[in-house]
Design a binder for this molecule. Structure first.
Ligand code: AP5
Length: 192
């Protein structure tokens, strides 16, 4: 089984690369951002709480996310080729929880980190904001999301580096070029 944790700042291309990996390798895709937006769309009380956090660019609490991930992993079919975890983990606590869950289910994962310059992140998200309808795709919230990423998400790279399964990719290039780098890593690591 091939599990990939796709990490990177807002706008680094996690969703875009997930789509390509999913199509090329036949993996499942779990985007925690999509799961949370689906809950908001249902208009539930939980959805309202989530909306209040996401729309200003803050993270949803770790314990709320843990339930989503545990249910997902527990429900995976035995023949599953693997999952792309897009946007999870986003804190060191989430990284520790995910590692424990994967171990419990006799799975492991590699982390691919999409590295993109800040000006390019902002440019991509402002461009997407013209059509996305996402409440968090505006300049103030984008800046806050990037600050939250540096503060809470970046440290997880050290966690995976220590465990020897961390790979950085230069995400400043075009979509196909980035995907070539991603494929090289996946092809090499899936042979182990
Ligand atoms: P989430 O939906 O995961 O948003 P994000 O991390 O801010 O990432 P984005 O979707 O904005 O960008 P992306 O990296 O996927 O890039 P994309 O491929 O779309 O999370 C939203 C919120 O949910 C979080 O802020 C948080 O509040 C909450 N949340 C989610 N997970 C959580 C968790 N685990 N814990 C707590 N809270 C959580 O590309 C962006 C744009 O760039 C697109 O228009 C695309 O076409 C373009 N593009 C992509 N790649 C390229 C390229 N190589 N060249 C040119 N353009 C490109």
């Amino acid at each position: 089984m091939l599990n990939i944790i796709l990490c990177g700042a807002p706008g680094s291309g996690k969703g875009t690369q997930s789509q390509l990996i999913m199509e090329h390798y036949g993996l499942k895709h779990l985007s925690t951002g999509d799961v949370l937006r689906a809950e908001i769309a249902k208009g539930t009380e939980l959805g309202k709480q989530i909306d209040a956090l996401i729309s200003v660019g803050n993270l949803v609490p770790d314990d709320m996310m843990y339930g989503v991930i545990e249910n997902y992993i527990a429900s995976l079919p035995k023949h599953c080729k693997g999952t792309i975890f897009d946007g999870y983990p986003r804190t060191v606590a989430q990284a520790v929880s995910l590692s424990a869950l994967l171990k419990k289910y006799h799975m492991d994962a590699i982390m691919i980190d999409l590295m993109v310059d800040e000006q390019l992140l902002i440019q991509r998200l402002l461009e997407r904001g013209k059509v996305s309808g996402r409440a968090d795709d505006n300049l103030n919230t984008i800046r806050h999301r990037i600050a939250v990423y540096h503060d809470q998400t970046e440290p997880i790279a050290h966690y995976f580096l220590r465990h020897g399964n961390y790979f950085a990719v230069n995400g400043n290039h075009g979509v196909e070029d980035v995907f070539s780098q991603v494929k090289r890593i996946i092809d090499r690591e899936s042979k182990h």
